[in-house]
Design a protein around this ligand. Sequence first.
Ligand SMILES: Cc1cc2nc3c(=O)[nH]c(=O)nc-3n(C[C@H](O)[C@H](O)[C@H](O)COP(=O)(O)O)c2cc1C
Length: 161
Amino acid sequence: MDAFEAIQNRHTVRNFTGEEIPKESLEKIVDAGRLAASGNNLQPWDFIIITNKDIFAYFAQSTDWVTKAAAVIAVVMDPSSRWWVEDGAAAVQNILIAATALGYGGCWLEGVTIEREAEYKILLNIPQRKRLFTLVPLGIPADIPKKEKKSFDQVIHWEKF
Ligand SMILES: Cc1cc2nc3c(=O)[nH]c(=O)nc-3n(C[C@H](O)[C@H](O)[C@H](O)COP(=O)(O)O)c2cc1C
């Protein structure tokens, strides 16, 4: 799958078969996050690959479908960089596109993560000075819902708005 196909085929997946993703694939997906653009090339990120279902049980208290994920990627950012939010977003998007290219699916799970950040930081042994930017559950899609997108003509402008 080339880059354009992966971008077109990426959809948020919250329904997984429960099957595993091989370790090499998980590493390849997360490595795509490592290679994202970052402000001043500071690369203010760390990634935790979580496959322990006991940990999933904590996440599932708010988001029950996480239990069928094969892995959950915790994207950890260093907020001392001025661009840590933008950089985190770039890394997550790379992860989601890479997962799609390999035939997997995932979800940018930020709402609940922010609400329970303090608790999850302790659970995952994340240093106090870092931020847990988001969780990204990944798995083999059981179904792939396709969201309506704005059309090209609605959002593309040439030369001026
Ligand atoms: C910044 C951000 C935060 C998100 N947070 C959540 C979330 O907390 N829970 C969730 O189920 N989906 C979350 N999503 C996924 C969006 O709901 C999803 O991307 C959107 O509905 C568009 O669907 P698509 O990804 O299939 O194009 C988030 C996406 C982004 C970009």
